[in-house]
Design a binder for this molecule. Structure first.
Ligand code: FES
Ligand code: FES
Length: 203
């Protein structure tokens, strides 16, 4: 939604992927819009725009949040990591990115930035999840291509890579070793979702 000409603007400073940005935004500007439109970081995707799908997940001070439920002014002074900031400074992919590639944890890729940021934060706190824990960890994010089996495998593979200090061999040991996840069981539901929280008010 374009800014109104007479709309009051607020000065904020965001540190995004290690780079400080000084911005002036309306109070109602969503963090997702701020990242995509003001900073041109379009890796953060917007799906449902009301906190259900998780496509817009970014890390705020290392904690996953739904950027479509977060006001940019509410993120003032925080450290934000988007999918563009996961790779190492030399461009090496993050273990989670590597694992998703190895295990084919994406189909169309629309949901992938949200999964990558979520899983990176999750594994930082829980470096050795079981398959059941991995499935629960991603249950708040939706994949419209319903490729959950490979996504679960990718979480487990990322844990392997992390535990090995990203020096594990090329053979993805955990890919394809997840249980028989029936499609109807694999689709997260509102009841099971452990959604990242949003900051700020809903529009
Ligand atoms: S766009 Fe779906 S939760 Fe934000
Ligand atoms: S890979 Fe297509 S929506 Fe998840």
């Amino acid at each position: 939604m374009p800014d109104q000409p007479d709309e009051e603007l607020h000065a904020i400073r965001l540190q995004v992927n290690g780079v400080p940005h000084d911005l002036r935004v309306p109070a109602r500007r969503l963090l997702s819009d701020c990242l995509r439109h003001d900073l041109r970081l379009t890796g953060t995707h917007v799906g449902c725009e009301h906190g259900v799908c998780g496509a817009c997940t970014v890390l705020l001070d290392d904690e996953p949040v739904r950027s479509c439920l977060t006001l940019a002014v509410g993120a003032q002074g925080t450290r934000i990591t988007t999918v563009e900031g996961l790779a190492a400074p030399d461009g090496s992919p993050h273990p989670v990115q590597r694992a998703f590639a190895e295990c084919h944890g994406l189909q169309c890729g629309f949901c992938t930035p949200g999964f990558l940021t979520l899983v990176a934060a999750y594994l930082a706190e829980n470096p050795a999840p079981t398959e059941e824990e991995a499935r629960a960890a991603i249950s708040g994010n939706l994949c419209r291509c319903t490729g959950y089996q490979n996504i679960v495998a990718a979480v487990l593979r990322a844990a392997e890579l992390g535990a090995a200090g990203d020096t594990a061999g090329e053979r993805p040991e955990s890919c394809g070793e997840t249980g028989d996840i029936r499609r109807e069981d694999s689709v997260p539901t509102q009841a099971t979702a452990q959604s990242p929280r949003g900051r700020g008010d809903l529009r």
